[in-house]
Design a binder for this molecule. Structure first.
Ligand code: ATP
Length: 216
């Protein structure tokens, strides 16, 4: 990310990928400009907020003309570091891990799973979704200095041990899909996604807080 982004409020920064995705679609459709009203309807953010967000990036829009798509796209690419691919490793090629290896993360953002790791000799040496599966013993050798983030899809019991090794290998962020609460040093960012808890929460909300028709 750019140094100037220190001035951008976090709420605005969080909306950047949303804007980027939409502008990218417009660009591939050959559109040259977009109004804040059009943008607002597509990304479901009110146009005053969009104008305020964009004002942090300098005067990007012109009255009666809207925003120049090409300019916006290159601006967002630069700001979101979209010209640079972020390399990711996946640990644990089970059912969930295999699904992620088949998923095209490059479609919407510039992240790429470069390597997968597993301890099962039947899986080591294979290639899934174009990603080579390496033996977990090789983790440090391969990850060191080259991989920014890791996706953790091993069984819970293995999570902390693998995490320590990832931290030791210089990974800065971990997307933890195991139910285990892992401990990391302060400078490492962990995002925890427990799919069964999310599903349980959804079902609970459906039961106890049903949405009224027309409610957002
Ligand atoms: P599967 O049906 O392939 O076993 P699963 O998702 O039910 O899938 P899990 O037991 O959750 O299987 O394990 C996920 C993957 O993590 C498996 O491929 C397993 O070989 C791998 N794994 C288990 N322990 C380790 C470890 N210590 N290091 C690396 N990989 C491991």
């Amino acid at each position: 990310m750019d140094i100037e982004q220190h001035k951008i409020p976090q709420a605005t920064a969080k909306r950047l990928p949303l804007y980027y995705r939409f502008i990218n679609n417009l660009h591939s459709q050959g559109k040259l400009r977009v109004s804040s009203k059009e943008l607002s309807e597509a990304v479901k953010v009110d146009s005053a907020t969009i104008r305020r967000d964009f004002s942090y990036f300098g005067a990007l829009g012109k009255k009666g003309y809207g925003y120049n798509v090409e300019y916006l796209l290159s601006f967002f690419r630069k700001t979101l570091d979209q010209d640079e691919i972020t390399k990711v490793a996946l640990i644990g090629v089970g059912n969930l891990g295999t699904a992620f290896l088949h998923y095209n993360f490059m479609k919407n953002n510039n992240t790429k799973i470069e390597y997968a790791f597993d301890s099962n000799p039947e899986k080591v040496g294979t290639e899934i979704g174009g990603v080579p599966v390496k033996h977990i013993d090789k983790l440090e050798d391969i990850v060191k200095g080259d991989i920014t983030a890791a996706i953790l899809t091993v069984p819970s019991a293995a999570a902390q041990g693998i995490t320590d090794r990832l931290v030791h290998s210089g990974v800065s962020g971990i997307l933890n899909f195991t139910p285990a609460r892992i401990t990391v040093p302060e400078h490492i960012r962990v995002h925890h996604i427990d799919l069964s808890i999310e599903l349980q929460a959804l079902v609970y909300f459906l039961k106890h807080y049903p949405l009224e028709a027309g409610e957002e």
